[in-house]
Design a binder for this molecule. Sequence first.
Ligand code: AMP
Ligand code: ZN
Length: 112
Amino acid sequence: MDCLFCKIINGDIPSSKVYEDDTVFAFRDIEPQAPVHILIIPKIHIKSAAEITPENSSVVAHIFEVAAKIAESEGLTDGYRIVNNCGDSAGQTVKHLHFHLMGGREFTWPAG
Ligand code: AMP
Ligand code: ZN
């Protein structure tokens, strides 16, 4: 499959890995928008948040467990932001479900 993040999971494209288990992979964003900017993705190819179903949703719960662990290990004691861009108008550029975990600076709300 011609998917950038599937290739990163498989090791065909190098990444700065932060965490990996049977179902989840996390790596540093190549264009960080915050001092800590990590992408957390399911190992199964899900195109976007719009494709979450009763059959695959457990991996999303697990991603949020992993996010909390990573935030702690990155020292984000003061808070952090988890972002999902779903679809073109939201700015999703890679069509493999991913959650941006960002921290280490102040964030404004509402986001852009
Ligand atoms: P989105 O715009 O929500 O689809 O997010 C895609 C993210 O993937 C962007 O923040 C990019 O900087 C990031 N990205 C693209 N290619 C790579 C790569 N090879 N390694 C790490 N992050 C990447
Ligand atoms: Zn993929």
